[in-house]
Design a protein around this ligand. Structure first.
Ligand code: NOJ
Length: 737
């Protein structure tokens, strides 16, 4: 393995490559070729042979990688190796919990380990570059892609973004077990109007800088090699033609020296979007904005040479965009080791530590939402258990989103996990009526899984309903596994309602009416408005899309081998129409709870069903002794906050200490609470640990509309520390000039 080359060695090699490349080859490096049937454009081989391709995506075939690489290296004019790219979002073969779930661990080592494993497996398959992490802040639970990110909060999101970059890339890009990361989708995609995927986004600079950009800034700081420009219009300018984002912020302010790839077809799409006049104009806009690589729209391939010939673009402008692409190929060691050993993948994916890591990640990601009367954990001597629900034995729902391109779902389902945990018990299974999207997903055509069956008839659904109720009637304990299928969240998977789809709630009510003890396990990729369940079902476990080992992890928690300690990275609204709902809102002139001009809506409480940061444990915790290193600090100084966390229950468990601040006045109004510190700790019964958090300029500054820049101001600040965003343990301090 070649060790970190010096930047000047890399630059020298890049210049010598550029010196021997034709203009056509330089433009070729900016072209990313689709390797799948649905991708339009000329045959991949022909483009590669002509030196017209820098990268290939949507291909997941080790042998084919080597074949195409051979063409690039041996037959193309300058022999520049290809970068193979794929969406490895939460695992390649060993599937980890979806990113939203991993954020619920509130433990950055979870996504870091997960992406380390994902990188090792993907690289063994021949993939050099993943289109992850997805680090869009999402405050609207209707938006399907909320599952791919870390939820609503910039502080938590930044921590998860950096952790994933470290996991994918390690500290040396030449490490043959790592891949290039791609921070996406730059920027603001999560704020689409109405939560409708792809719709325009309008964000003030203040919202962008304070809320949507921090995870991206953290990704740059962590060394993210590449960025992906988003699809949608940001303030009426497509993100893939957006100079403010791609030039001013990313490169000038943050000093990003990697390269930017557009989202799929996004350069060409600027014509459809009503921004560019035609393909030629779109290419010009993409290049001028600083999009280095055109993902599969062939707009650069078709128009850049002509733009250079006409003098609309210079060769220097093209070379500027090619340089970081070549530099990363050099850093990866692709010129020395362009091929992948075709026997490697089988060995790597068989590593038992990968499965162990996935199970651990799933255990840490789950959130206990309710546990009335200590129903959980269940005793292991139960004789007859009914496992019920359309997702209870669904491998694809267990693995979750982004399992495309030939991946065969192979998850331990909740049913299988329970059976493995209790080999002596009688465990019956009834799916109940199936659930389906009203409008099918385009992505279904790529899935190897269970979604392609013809729809159930109403009679079949009624029979399945009855069967499920009967199986519950015959059991001592019922475990309902409800939620959303994998394709109900993710790309092009927004919805207007957050209710349990189909007849799931009706089935839950029918089963609950039998008077048996019922535990609800949720498999889903977004907050769900489970109001009825929250009121009537004694125990609820949010398991998200838990990945390959998900069923084992659920059983570990249900039967008490693991004490859950995850916390919600998103607010759970009571209704879809309450979205976007998030904790870090401004106070307003009529703070919630004050009698004047309230309520916010007159048709029901707009407060969260479950607040951000919320999650229970099989034990209880108390926070006390909130101390500050100083009651007053000067602007620019750092103070330390400390708090004692005590396990006041009878079993060991994890608590996430969360620190929230509020700046009481200033140039701009600040949110009523903002997360500025968190730590997940494990405590034995009776044990106390002191947790400390720094609060300095990084935590106290903000982008101000009135000041037109970053500021830190003298003001009084509130501090709360506790186990969720409604923590009550409070103190305050002063920042002075
Ligand atoms: C479109 C998606 O928006 C993006 O997240 C993904 O990486 C690309 N397609 C490539 O598959």
């Amino acid at each position: 393995m070649q060790k970190n080359l010096s930047e000047s060695d890399v630059a020298e090699r890049v210049e010598s490559l550029l010196a021997r490349m034709s203009l056509a080859e330089k433009i070729g490096q900016l072209n990313q070729v689709g390797g799948a049937d649905f991708a339009p454009g000329p045959k991949a081989e022909d483009q590669i042979r002509a030196g017209g391709a820098g990268s290939v995506l949507w291909l997941n075939d080790t042998k084919r990688f080597n074949e195409l690489q051979k063409i690039a290296v041996e037959e193309s004019p300058s022999g520049i190796p290809l970068l193979f790219a794929l969406d490895v979002i939460h695992g390649y073969r060993t599937i980890f919990p979806a990113p939203l779930a991993m954020a619920a661990s509130w433990d950055p080592t979870v996504p870091e380990q997960a992406q380390t494993v994902a990188a090792r497996e993907a690289r063994a398959a021949g993939i050099h570059w993943t289109f992850a992490p997805m680090i869009d802040i999402a405050r609207d639970a209707r938006w399907g892609r909320i599952v791919e990110g870390a939820g609503e909060d910039p502080f938590l999101g930044a921590a998860m973004a950096a952790a994933q970059v470290r996991g994918f890339q390690g500290d040396d890009l030449a490490d043959p077990e790592r891949v290039l990361a791609c921070a996406k989708h730059f920027a603001g995609y999560g704020a689409s109007d109405g939560g409708r995927d792809y719709d325009p986004v309008y964000l003030s600079e203040t919202q962008l800088r304070n809320i949507y950009l921090p995870p991206f800034a953290a990704a740059v700081k962590a060394g993210a090699a590449t960025f992906m420009s988003a699809y949608m219009d940001l303030n009426d300018v497509p993100a893939s033609g957006n100079r403010f984002l791609l030039r001013r912020i990313l490169r000038e302010e943050w000093g990003f020296d990697g390269f930017v790839v557009s989202d799929a077809f996004a350069v060409g799409n600027m014509v459809i979007q009503g921004h560019a006049r035609d393909g030629r104009d779109a290419a010009l806009r993409g290049i001028k904005a600083g999009v280095n690589m055109d993902m599969s729209s062939y707009t650069y391939a078709n128009h850049v040479a002509e733009l250079v010939a006409e003098g609309a673009l210079t060769i220097a402008e093209i070379e500027e965009l090619v340089r970081p692409i070549l530099a990363l190929k050099v850093k990866l060691g692709l010129f020395e080791r362009p091929y992948v050993d075709e026997t490697l993948l089988a060995q790597v994916v068989a590593r038992p530590d990968h499965r162990d890591a996935a199970r651990w990640a799933a255990q840490r990601s789950m959130v206990l939402l309710k546990n009335e009367g200590g129903l959980l954990p269940l005793k292991k001597d139960i004789k007859k258990i009914a496992v019920i629900g359309p997702l209870a034995d669904s491998m694809s729902a267990t693995e979750g989103s982004w399992m495309v391109f030939g991946h065969q779902p192979a998850a331990v389902t909740v049913l299988a996990g329970i059976r493995a945990k209790l080999p002596g018990a009688e465990v019956t299974y009834a799916p109940g009526p199936e659930i389906r999207r009203d409008i099918p997903s385009w992505f279904e055509s790529f899935m190897a899984g269970e979604t392609r069956k013809p729809p159930q008839t109403p009679e079949e659904a009624a029979a399945a309903f009855q069967l499920a109720v009967e199986s519950a009637r015959a059991a001592d304990q019922v475990i309902m596994v409800l939620g959303e299928t994998d394709l109900m969240s993710g790309e092009a998977a927004s919805r207007a309602s957050l209710d349990l789809p189909g007849r799931q709630e009706e089935l839950l009510q029918a089963v609950a009416a039998l008077g048996k003890p019922v535990v609800l396990v949720l498999l889903n990729g977004r907050p769900l408005s489970i109001n009825w369940a929250a009121e009537h079902i004694p125990a609820i476990l949010e398991a998200w899309q838990p990945g390959s080992e998900g069923g084992h992890a659920v059983a570990d928690i249900l039967f008490g081998d693991v004490n859950p300690g995850g916390k919600l990275p998103v607010t759970f609204p009571r209704k879809g129409s309450h979205a976007p709902l998030y904790y870090a809102r401004n106070l307003t002139h009529s703070p919630e709870g004050s009698p004047m001009y309230n309520p916010r809506y007159w048709d029901g409480l707009p407060t969260p069903l479950y607040p951000f940061g919320f999650g229970l444990s099989y034990t209880t915790f108390a926070f006390s002794n909130l101390q500050l290193s100083a009651a007053q600090v000067k602007v620019g100084e750092t103070l330390t906050v400390s708090v004692d966390v005590t396990n006041t229950g009878a079993v060991a468990g994890d608590e996430v200490a969360q620190l929230y601040i509020h700046q009481r006045w200033g140039s701009d109004t600040r949110p009523m609470r903002e997360l500025k510190g968190f730590a997940r700790i494990t405590l034995q019964p009776g044990a106390t640990q002191t947790v400390t958090f720094p609060l300095g300029p990084d935590e106290l500054r903000y982008w101000s509309t009135n000041a037109g820049g970053w500021i830190q101001e003298p003001a009084t600040f509130d501090i709360w520390v506790g186990g969720d965003s409604q923590a009550t343990l409070h103190t305050e301090f002063e920042v002075v000039a």
